[in-house]
Design a protein around this ligand. Structure first.
Ligand SMILES: [Zn+2]
Length: 305
């Protein structure tokens, strides 16, 4: 979980929170086998993102020098810092559950209006805390600034911790064992997931099925006004949002950034008696899942052979 108070539904945005996004990562190494991929491009063709200067994103714990390296080698790459890491630093200087909650709300807002409203609340509460956050470069911790072409709203670096936990005691082994151990684990994992993918009956991965169900349930809190078949205005709390299904956009920003219907879009889709999964980006599809895990890691002969 990203924060103390994080729930499945990001109330402000209408999107499902990142706790689930982390679960859908390709680097989901725990026992849950319902992983998905983190897309790095709209382009389905096989490419070398570094050579092609494709839209790579580096998500780090703010290690010094890392941004200099990737900005030099991959000039178009974007950088994100782990929100949990930023939050821990923030909490160390400005303790308190309320400020922490406001931090998460501001950081994870998919739209600038929601972000600014929360930042104003922080400013009213503690001006020094506001100054601290305001100094952090925007693209690294404000989700509304994310590249909408990536279709990934992931904001924490927990895949690293997940990987470390997954390889377990192998980390302390000599280099050859350290290399060979994960190779075998990857072989097993890839094949297991491919087999699982072959048995999927839904158009999207099981994680996404669950996520879409929760989005659909959350959409019931909203009020729909149809404007045309694809355009509608949705009231949610004290705000209204314009959804354009044909353009795959909603004023809340979640649809464009995550690649999944937000609850506002979901309300319109459901009212049209269509399936939410029909409006998910192909990155979350069963076909893409299979494509990822169809690749085989070949066995290697024993060194004594
Ligand atoms: Zn929306």
């Amino acid at each position: 979980m990203d924060s103390d108070n994080e729930k499945d539904i990001d109330v402000d945005s209408g999107s499902v929170a990142d706790s689930d996004q982390s679960d859908m990562s390709f680097f989901d190494f725990d026992d849950n086998e319902e992983g998905n991929i983190v897309p790095d491009s709209e382009n389905e063709q096989e490419t070398d993102p570094i050579q092609d200067n494709g839209p790579l994103t580096f998500l780090s714990d703010k290690q010094k020098g890392l941004n200099i390296a990737y900005e030099d080698i991959v000039s178009v790459a974007s950088g994100r810092h782990c929100y949990r890491h930023i939050c821990n630093n923030f909490k160390a200087q400005f303790p308190g559950i309320l400020l922490s909650n406001l931090f998460w709300r501001a950081a994870k807002s998919f739209d600038v209006a929601g972000h600014n409203a929360t930042m104003t609340s922080i400013k009213d509460l503690n001006i020094e805390a506001w100054k601290y956050l305001d100094k952090i470069p925007k693209p690294t911790w404000r989700r509304y600034t994310f590249n909408t072409g990536l279709k990934c709203d992931h904001v924490t670096n927990n895949c690293t911790e997940s990987f470390n936990a997954w390889i377990g005691e192998l980390r302390g082994e000599p280099i050859l064992t350290l290399v060979d151990g994960p190779r075998k684990k990857f072989m097993k994992k890839m094949h297991k997931r491919y087999q699982k993918g072959c048995m999927l009956t839904s158009a999207v991965t099981p994680k996404m099925v669950g996520k879409l169900q929760r989005i659909g349930q959350a959409s019931r809190q909203c009020e729909l006004t149809m404007v045309s078949d694809d355009v509608f205005e949705v009231g949610d709390m004290n705000r209204s949002y314009i959804v354009n299904l044909a353009a795959k956009s909603c004023d809340c920003g979640a649809l464009q950034i995550s690649g999944l219907p937000c609850k506002h879009a979901a309300l319109g889709i459901i009212s049209k008696r269509q399936k939410l999964e029909s409006y998910c980006e192909h990155w979350f599809s069963r076909d893409m899942y299979l494509k990822i895990y169809a690749s085989m890691i070949h066995p290697t002969p024993d060194e004594k052979m």
